[in-house]
Write a protein that binds this ligand. Structure first.
Ligand SMILES: [Zn+2]
Ligand SMILES: [Zn+2]
Length: 353
């Protein structure tokens, strides 16, 4: 107890001194800048492991702790992003991601929560020195979205090229390039040990709606995108190591609808009613994982995003009865490492500083 009191007094005195003394402030600032800029991200980029991080775990529902839907996959010396939910770039940047290593973006479908930060990812990776145009993969229609973002950012591109010079911000790599995917399922990228396959899911009436499977050496992970319980997703997820699956707790959404109705908020009540027919419940996602013999299921795109342990318990109600091997509820920064030539699944949280 005495030691604790002394420690608190020392911290308080140090803080007071730092608030008064400019030299100390400058030393502290220099130390923080250096540690942030020299951040070691080698644990993300490994030649002999397939890695992934949840860069956004909420749905269109707001959350103070969760960005919009986003899964980052690290394979070799590149990383790939499935969906670019709002505030997800922040999650990556805070963790020291080398933006120039962005190798492509994979859009599951064109709902706003999945395309929100397309312009930000392109600008940030371009400014960091990406050496080729950023390719945006998606179903038919991705051309319109990419063209729209490119147009919206035309002024920004011009300002930056003029200010920093065309040697640093190269005009030829400034614009995104659309890569429309047709005839599913389809292998859309093969690069050394990495194979990326797109497949159809069922988010009716939203069409196209895709999921993606990443195979790297003998390890694999799958991202569902938005879907109801879907046989094509189960087929595509066969024996995968990790499945990132969207989840909507229907019993909680029902409660939201009832409350909205009782409060006379009919517009909101109508939306809570409508969304129930094109998402997957946590129990159904666990059933899919069990049917596909997935080693670990990670629920993300959480509707509603549980804000505390009690809400998490309600969200996960009856999930363990569905027979999945292992189920996790995602949070932002949840990181998986799958070393090649093994069955090991390493799970940790990479905290934002
Ligand atoms: Zn969504
Ligand atoms: Zn959607």
């Amino acid at each position: 107890m005495r030691k604790l009191v002394i420690a608190l007094v020392v911290i308080a005195a140090g803080s007071y001194f730092a608030l008064q003394n400019q030299t100390l402030q400058d030393h502290l600032m220099a130390a923080v800048i250096k540690s942030r800029m020299a951040q070691d991200t080698s644990e993300l980029f490994q030649q002999d492991a397939l890695n992934a991080m949840v860069c956004g775990s909420t749905s269109p529902f707001p959350s103070p702790k969760r960005a919009g839907p986003c899964i980052a996959i690290f394979a070799g010396d590149k990383f790939y992003i499935v969906d670019v939910g709002s505030r997800s770039w922040n999650n990556l940047a805070l963790r020291g991601i080398s933006a120039e290593k962005l190798g492509g973006i994979f859009i599951t479908h064109f709902h706003s929560d999945h395309i929100a930060e397309l312009g930000e990812y392109n600008m940030q990776s371009w400014a960091a020195g990406r050496d080729a145009n950023l390719k945006i993969y998606g179903g038919q229609g991705i051309e319109n979205i990419v063209a729209g973002f490119n147009q919206a950012y035309a002024h920004d591109r011009g300002f930056r090229i003029e200010h920093h010079g065309a040697d640093y911000l190269k005009p030829e790599t400034a614009e995104m390039v659309a890569a429309p995917i047709t005839q599913l399922p389809k292998v859309i990228m093969q690069d050394g040990k990495l194979t990326i396959t797109a497949f159809a899911v069922d988010h009716d009436p939203i069409d196209p709606a895709l999921g993606y499977r990443f195979d790297y050496g003998d390890r694999s992970l799958v991202v569902s995108g938005d879907t109801v319980k879907s046989q094509s997703l189960i087929n595509a997820s066969k024996d995968a190591d990790v499945l990132f699956h969207e989840a909507q707790a229907q019993h909680m959404v029902q409660q939201l609808e009832d409350t909205a109705k009782a409060l006379g908020r009919h517009q909101l009540a109508k939306i809570f009613f409508d969304i129930r027919d094109y998402h997957t419940s946590p129990v159904e996602a666990a059933e899919s994982a069990a049917e596909a013999n997935v080693k670990e299921l990670v629920l993300y795109h959480l509707t509603p995003p549980p804000p505390n342990k009690i809400a998490e318990k309600i969200f996960m109600r009856d999930v363990e009865k569905a027979g999945a091997n292992s189920v996790q509820l995602a949070h932002d920064g949840l990181f998986y490492s799958l070393p090649l030539n093994s069955n090991t699944i390493q799970r940790q949280t990479i905290k934002a500083p």
